[in-house]
Ligand binder design. Structure first.
Ligand code: GLN
Length: 247
């Protein structure tokens, strides 16, 4: 089996080591004997149409403005890939740009891709940033709790076309009000969780890998890995957020 991972703007969207998400997906696939090809896309590049899994990290408003323009050029390719079953994972600033749009802190309106029915507005620099450790209950079957770290000014509202990725137990999540964290629809996933999110949430990583592999390889079931370290990291992150979890 082979898997094509596409990393969008690794140089611009890499807050809090979000690049670790790509590394986690790559290594968890390789340990199962899957042949992985990684394609990095920078501002001036074309977007490969053959990706099985597209990954975007977080970035501040300045980087987002650069990326938003490039993403509009790739919108058709990315939409076609998703229609063909490709998976997308986007974090924080990247997540905001998967939605209908993002109004940045200084009022600039950045267009989104409309791949997720969410809208984000930053209430301005005087408003409190939503910062801290997060523990949330994932809505995806078999994933259980999610842990991570959030730091965003933008408040994201979910529309009827998405489900929350998780329900917040500790932290702010999408907007600090409705108890939701992240969003998903079909094979497109957005989250505010940095950390990076996937190394210490291996079940989420495997959920994404499974969906991505099924696109071309049928009813794939991943063999389990020894996740003692990952699970220990998960529990340690939850403990830091004040929750003693059992897995
Ligand atoms: N600039 C965005 C915000 O503050 C995203 C920040 C991020 O990616 N951490 O909402």
């Amino acid at each position: 089996m082979d898997l094509v991972l596409v990393h969008l703007f690794p140089d611009l969207l890499n807050l809090y080591g979000d690049r670790g998400n790509l590394v986690t997906l790559r290594e968890r696939a390789r340990r199962r004997g899957i042949h992985v090809v990684v394609k990095e896309v920078r501002l001036e590049d074309d977007l490969p149409a053959d990706g099985d899994l597209y990954v975007l990290g977080g970035g501040e408003d300045r980087q987002q403005a650069l990326v938003a323009r490039a993403l509009q050029q790739h919108a058709g390719t990315l939409r076609a890939a998703v229609a063909g079953g490709a998976v997308v994972l986007a974090v924080c600033g990247g997540y905001q740009l998967l939605g209908h749009g993002y109004r940045a802190a200084e009022g600039q309106q950045l267009p989104g891709l409309g791949l997720l029915d969410v809208t984000t507005e930053h209430p301005g620099h005087r408003a409190r940033r939503l910062v801290g450790n997060v523990v949330a209950r994932c809505t995806l079957p078999g994933v259980g709790s999610l842990v991570g770290f959030e730091n965003h000014g933008g408040r994201t509202r979910l529309g009827p076309g998405v489900q929350p990725l998780a329900r917040v137990r500790v932290g702010f999540g999408n907007n600090g009000h409705d108890g939701t964290e992240g969003a998903w629809c079909g094979t497109v996933f957005g989250t505010y969780l940095h950390g990076p999110v996937l190394p210490k949430n291996p079940r989420l990583a495997d959920h994404l890998l499974t969906l991505a592999l099924r696109r071309r390889h049928g009813d794939v079931r991943l063999q389990p890995l020894d996740d003692r370290w990952e699970e220990a990291a998960h529990l340690a992150a939850a403990a830091r957020a004040g929750l003693r979890l059992r897995r």
